[in-house]
Design a protein around this ligand. Structure first.
Ligand code: NDP
Length: 264
């Protein structure tokens, strides 16, 4: 006698039957979020440039009984961002949840900065997120209209730097304030069609994010961070999981989540 198929517990896997796409999933918050959404039952497309990391993550999700698709893409290139969304929909047939998380932080004064660093941040933190949103929007709206949950989610990962200007990171601040404005404008457009747009603003999280900075900036960050118990990537993933598992009539529009020790 064959054993019966395991019965999914809808309370533990509320995203069963849904498809999620996470950008910047090769490390940090994106990787933790992909794992969290897969554990909740979603089929997950993981998007970033480092294909080896994505393959390892997809393997981990599949080994745990989930389904994952690794999509190598540089989302600062509009065509690649669009192709990543298209491949996800071709593979899994739909798209219910997008976590636009890929981002870059290069700190330093405005005067005398290398403006190439500004272009890298704006290209990824602002335009990459916008391209992803634009490509995903019709699929998310279709999922909200026709899916069994009748709701879809776009989660934009901003930062406390999108709420508070401390000085010393003006263009990173500007890029994250842009995410807030873009997200709020898009929320107004689509919320009556049950596409929820949520902004997550983490404080200091222990990830690879500082590594793009000069040794001097990294040292100053280490000093500042040594006074705090930092968030873990899983803490932010947990916040995102909370947002996307609310009932259809509940939209968590904004979450500022900082280490308890972090003052600003
Ligand atoms: P990581 O550096 O670990 O993650 C950044 C991710 O973005 C990586 O997966 C990277 O993958 C991806 N990425 C970079 N460039 C591109 C690109 N051109 N195309 C596609 N993907 C790209 O840092 P975090 O996890 O900390 O950062 C995630 C988000 O969280 C960012 O938006 C960041 O601003 C935000 N944040 C982080 C905080 C922190 O303290 N860590 C605090 C507040 C906000 P790859 O290099 O393989 O492409």
């Amino acid at each position: 006698m064959t054993s019966p198929a395991p019965i999914a517990d809808p309370a533990r896997t509320p995203l069963t039957g849904t498809v999620a796409l996470v950008t910047g999933a090769s490390s940090g918050i994106g990787e933790a979020t992909a794992l969290a959404l897969a554990a909740l039952g979603a089929q997950v497309a993981v998007v970033a440039r480092r294909a080896d990391r994505l393959d390892a993550l997809a393997g981990k999700i599949e080994d745990a009984g989930g389904r994952a698709l690794a999509v190598g893409a540089d989302i600062t290139d509009e065509e690649q961002a669009r192709a990543a969304v298209a491949r996800t929909v071709e593979t899994f047939g739909r798209l219910d949840t997008v976590v636009a998380n890929a981002g870059l932080m290069i700190l330093g004064p405005i005067a005398g900065a290398d403006t190439a660093d500004w272009r890298r941040m704006v290209d990824l933190n602002v335009l990459g997120l916008m391209y992803t949103t634009h490509a995903a929007a019709p699929h998310l709206l279709a999922a909200a209209a026709d899916g069994s949950r009748r709701v879809a989610d776009l989660v934009l990962v901003s930062s406390t730097a999108g709420r508070v200007v401390r000085g010393g990171g003006g263009v990173y601040n500007a890029s994250k304030y842009a995410v807030t404005a873009f997200g709020e404008a898009f929320r107004k457009e689509v919320t009556r069609r049950h596409l929820r747009v949520s902004l997550v603003e983490p404080g200091a999280v222990a990830t690879e994010l500082p590594l793009q900075n000069t040794a001097g900036v990294q040292e100053r960050m280490r000093e500042r961070y040594s006074a705090m118990e930092l968030l873990r990537a899983e803490d932010v993933a947990d916040t995102i999981a909370f947002i996307v598992t609310r009932p259809r009539h509940v939209a968590v529009n904004e979450v500022l989540v900082r280490p308890t020790d972090q003052q600003d």
